[in-house]
Design a protein. Sequence first.
Length: 112
Amino acid sequence: MNGMEYKGYLATVEYDPDAEIFHGEVVNTRSVLTFQGRSVDDLKAALKDTVEDYLAWCAERGKETEKPYSGKFIVRVAPEVHRRLSLEAAKIGKSLNALVAERLTRSADAHK
């Protein structure tokens, strides 16, 4: 088992043969969220409990939860690529952001 998901929170799982237990960690948040179990059912329940506990902890303290994916990220490209994309976007009447989002969506859809 490589990974699991609950409410958009993704976790990796590794097996510890010495302890004969699986260890999991949520990987798409800066907060450290870990869980463990001896079976797949244990892992699923532990991941759910961990995420729900995290959400409840944040709510109790009025702290905003880290969203698994915000839809925002920074991409660094060569200045020449930036220039060419900006010119292309201007020629077709789109913003640079709209052009890049369209291209990334098309690429992601092609690799489903």
